[in-house]
Design a protein around this ligand. Structure first.
Ligand code: PPE
Length: 304
């Protein structure tokens, strides 16, 4: 990764190389922590953070679900995120707030560990590789099932949830694919290791309902955007084989942005190239994040 200058840790900026924690920090051992992934884009009016209030809300909701008492207010975290972009003098970056249990005591009982917060920013290009956004990617259905809703808290962006994501991702990579799609406990399509998924069939968009998947902010943005274009969007369950016969399939996510999927389980999706609706949504999405669409300016927090 590309290092920047400073990382915000519990209220102060420290040099990138000195942003360290004790090896006995609780989260490092037991995986209970929560985080966010946010992007800041370069616009004609300066750097702008995409849907910052929604990301802050989700961070606080995640902490609440995880039973972690946030040591800072929403306003303080919002300001720290803006300051982190400013201090590092980056025009375009990924922003990673992390809430973790620090050093105190080990053992499953975490009540004696401090809740700590860090915010790092760094430039992060196309998440799924060079060419992914233009040409689409090849994915497989994972042999790993997505979380059961009473095993992990799927509406919280919990650090430990990503062990499941890593199993799926590494299996996919080792098998020669770019990414994995996980099915839920019932066997319906869930989400990618770090993305939500959409299909287009006969001009209608479908995306899995918010049961065992993350409440993606890009997912929500794309639903609004598609409806705004007059498209029909259904939040409904669908099966693996519906992916095979979909006209178009794509992923959404902060890191993944809007990435077309051109192949699922070695079967071409539609023509085998990103489809027209995917293309249209992708173009509209990038216009919005780059501040070129006045109708969606309210989704951007300008850094001034
Ligand atoms: N599902 C999962 C499991 C997920 O991790 C993400 C984001 C999404 C859906 C999409 O949510 P949203 O970003 O709000 O649209 N994954 C983050 C972490 C990726 C990483 O590799 O780290 C992200 O995209 O920031």
């Amino acid at each position: 990764m590309e290092a920047t200058k400073k990382i915000w840790m519990d209220g102060t900026f420290v040099d990138w190389d000195n942003a360290q924690v004790h090896v006995l920090s609780h989260t490092l051992h037991y995986g209970l922590g929560v985080f966010e992934g946010i992007r800041c884009y370069d616009t004609a009016a300066g750097p702008a953070i995409f849907r910052l209030p929604e990301h802050i809300d989700r961070l606080f909701n995640s902490a609440h679900i995880a039973g972690l008492k946030m040591p800072f207010s929403r306003e303080a975290i919002g300001q720290a995120i803006v300051d982190a972009v400013k201090v590092n003098e980056v025009r375009e970056c990924y922003i990673r707030p992390l809430v973790y249990l620090g050093y105190g005591e080990l053992g499953i009982n975490n009540s004696h560990c401090p809740v700590c917060v860090s915010i790092a920013v760094w430039p992060w290009g196309a998440y799924l590789g060079e060419g992914a956004l233009a040409e689409g990617i090849r994915v497989c259905i994972s042999s790993y099932t997505r979380h059961h809703v009473n095993v992990m808290m799927t509406k919280a962006k919990v650090v430990g949830n990503y062990a499941n994501s890593q199993f799926a991702k590494m299996e996919a990579i080792h098998s020669g694919y770019d990414e994995a799609i996980m099915l839920d406990v019932q066997g319906n399509v869930g989400e990618g290791s770090g993305e939500n998924i959409f299909i287009v069939r006969d001009g209608v968009l479908k995306t899995p309902p918010l049961t065992a998947i993350l409440e993606g902010i890009t997912r929500n943005s794309v639903i609004d955007l598609a409806r705004n274009m007059g498209l029909t969007v259904r939040e409904t369950v669908f099966s693996r084989d519906e992916l095979y016969i979909a006209d178009e399939v794509f992923f959404t996510g902060t890191a993944a942005e809007l990435t077309p999927i051109r192949e699922v389980d070695n079967r071409a999706v539609g023509s085998g190239f990103p489809g027209p609706i995917t293309h249209k949504l992708q173009q509209a999405f990038f216009r919005i994040v780059q501040g070129k669409d006045d109708a969606f300016k309210s989704w951007l927090t300008l850094i001034t």
